[in-house]
Design a binder for this molecule. Structure first.
Ligand SMILES: C[S@@+](CC[C@H](N)C(=O)[O-])C[C@H]1O[C@@H](n2cnc3c(N)ncnc32)[C@H](O)[C@@H]1O
Length: 338
């Protein structure tokens, strides 16, 4: 049986530190910051736009020296205070604009540059033009210092006009971060890392065909959305010997045998299938001792609870059954992670 994934707390130490709600909204979750700090381990690193310091504190654990630069005076004051609260001594905080030539001059000897830039808080569609500092200007300014540059990037932006590795990171089964790794840090074109385990999947250098399933087999797997976003379905499905059943809000693979992968958010065993006729569905649910029904089929969120309650008031079994739709059929399945 697949072990249920633990839900990871984003900032376990936040109660000890100075922050505003807005600081926390933009702060990197600790587990992500630590993962990145391990990948970017080096002697001297610069964190451009450090905010209140969450990523910089993780760098301080893995690098000898960290430069943390921040344009906002209040934020950098909180970052310095937080470093003192955590007894971190190897960060040099610099207040200023990372594009200021005096600051660039101070960072002449760093091994790696990292930047988690600012996005506009309320923006219908993320856009490259509104990211601060401007990424192209940052690259122009720092490429002569080091070719090892990593930049966090909004995963919602479809077109990424840079030559780099795109690493999609998922946390608790949800797409959490996209980091771009340039030149000396680039290991491949596209990768996925899943937290809390830290398992990694990357694009194959040879062309991999996407295995398709003709129909549902006894096991169903919900694929981590980061894998879909990174366009790594062919790599995942061919290594797990599963076939793609459906790609959409939920992406489902299927196979005749039970397989496990850290890139499956949930695994299910199919119990039955039936038409979407309500009487037939209720009979099938009763036959499988259902008490609760989780809807994994597409449904208008406003109708979710009405539909679910209508079914559940007629059930008196003991089990939770998940309901999927495949073409005109409903699939009743048992979640193997529970
Ligand atoms: C997303 S936040 C960083 C959060 C941080 N990584 C953390 O884990 O707490 C981006 C920060 O970049 C800063 N910033 C934006 N433009 C800047 C610039 N030109 N120079 C320095 N800092 C800048 C913003 O003030 C903001 O605090």
């Amino acid at each position: 049986m697949t072990k249920p994934k633990r839900t990871i707390q984003k900032h376990p130490q936040s109660d000890l530190l100075e922050h505003t709600p807005d600081d926390l909204r933009w702060a990197t979750p600790d587990i992500v910051a630590l993962y990145r700090a391990k990948r970017l381990q080096c002697k001297v690193i610069a964190d451009l736009g450090c905010g209140i310091g969450f990523q910089a504190f993780a760098f301080a654990k893995h690098c000898q020296k960290v430069y943390a630069i921040e344009i906002n005076k209040e934020k950098i004051a909180r970052a310095e205070k937080n470093a003192a609260l955590l007894n971190i001594k190897n960060i040099e905080f610099i207040h200023g604009d990372i594009l200021d030539p005096n600051i660039i001059q101070k960072l002449k000897k760093v091994d790696i540059i990292f930047c988690d830039p600012e996005r506009l808080p309320e923006e219908e569609q993320r856009s490259l033009a509104t990211i601060k500092p401007n990424i192209q200007e940052l690259l122009n300014a720092y490429q002569s210092i080091t070719n090892k540059i990593a930049i966090e990037f909004p995963p919602q932006i479809q077109t990424i006009p840079f030559e780099c590795e795109r690493e999609y990171l998922s946390l608790n089964g949800k797409l959490n971060r996209l980091t771009l790794y340039f030149n000396g840090l680039r290991q491949c074109d596209r990768s996925v890392v899943t937290m809390p385990g830290g398992e990694r999947l990357q694009n194959s250098t040879t062309k991999t065909v996407l295995p398709l399933a003709a129909e549902p087999e006894p096991y169903l797997y919900e694929i981590d959305p980061a894998v879909v976003k990174a366009n790594l379905l062919p790599e995942l499905l061919s290594t797990t010997k599963t076939g793609l059943l459906e790609k959409g809000k939920i992406t489902l693979a299927t196979s005749g045998k039970k397989v496990s992968s850290p890139f499956f958010c949930h695994s299910y065993r199919v119990l039955a299938n039936c038409s979407d006729d309500e009487t037939e569905l209720l009979n099938a649910l009763k036959q499988h001792h259902a008490k609760k029904v989780t809807l994994r089929k597409s449904i208008d969120p406003r109708d979710y609870w009405n539909y679910r309650t209508k079914l559940e008031t007629n059930l008196n079994g003991t089990k939770t059954i998940s309901l999927f739709q495949y073409k005109e059929k409903l699939l009743l399945a048992e979640n193997l992670d529970l």
